[in-house]
Design a protein around this ligand. Sequence first.
Ligand SMILES: C[S@@+](CC[C@H](N)C(=O)[O-])C[C@H]1O[C@@H](n2cnc3c(N)ncnc32)[C@H](O)[C@@H]1O
Length: 223
Amino acid sequence: MEDQITTPDFKKIAAQLRKPEGADGIKVAERMNVGNKSMNLHAIAVLDPQANETILEIGMGNGFFVKNIVCVGEHINYVGCDYSGDMVQLASEINKDFIAQGQVNFVKADIKDLPFDTARFDKIITINTFYFWEDHVKVLYELKRVLKKEGELIIAVRPKHNLEKFPVTKYGFSIKSNDEIIELLRSNGFNSIESTAIMEPLQEGFVAGHNERETLILSCKLE
Ligand SMILES: C[S@@+](CC[C@H](N)C(=O)[O-])C[C@H]1O[C@@H](n2cnc3c(N)ncnc32)[C@H](O)[C@@H]1O
């Protein structure tokens, strides 16, 4: 009997990328750690964590790269926030030693309604979540609110021309051009924006079914 070639269910994968849950969500999160490694490490390099900073990450998935943030300086305090309860649980297990040391904690919450005090964070980073924001104005209001006045917001996305080649992104991804994203940030109070574009090394195809990956990192300040 001939082997059957099965086509991946891109709709299901898209839903898991948006909100990883259950056994499939665990697998998708593990694959993202590989497929998004270069993107995460470049974004963290732009974040440039410094001693004594308090850093918020939104949409950290299983929290595999938390170590790359908290270990680069003394007394870096990290809060990870994700609206998937399964990702919060997984990230808490993977980072249990940092949690025990009081350096890291994870919170289940939606980016558009953050359970944090005003001006709590020196820096905020969010990687591959922009496509899932439902209300950009509300999200940016919240990010501005919890960020210190002199703080910095780092947003990492795959650029539009690259995202459109991934078969998953036709299922509910909101895709905007670099100029549209920058305009959205400017019109919502982030006046100083620097961008870094990266061509990633070619890698084997994973869930998303496309190999060429690019990263756009926006470093945004309020003044
Ligand atoms: C595509 S995954 C990216 C994971 C990781 N940041 C990376 O780049 O490899 C998106 C993550 O953001 C979370 N997420 C998406 N929308 C969110 C929202 N509105 N509020 C909080 N978390 C969100 C998802 O649950 C998921 O863990």
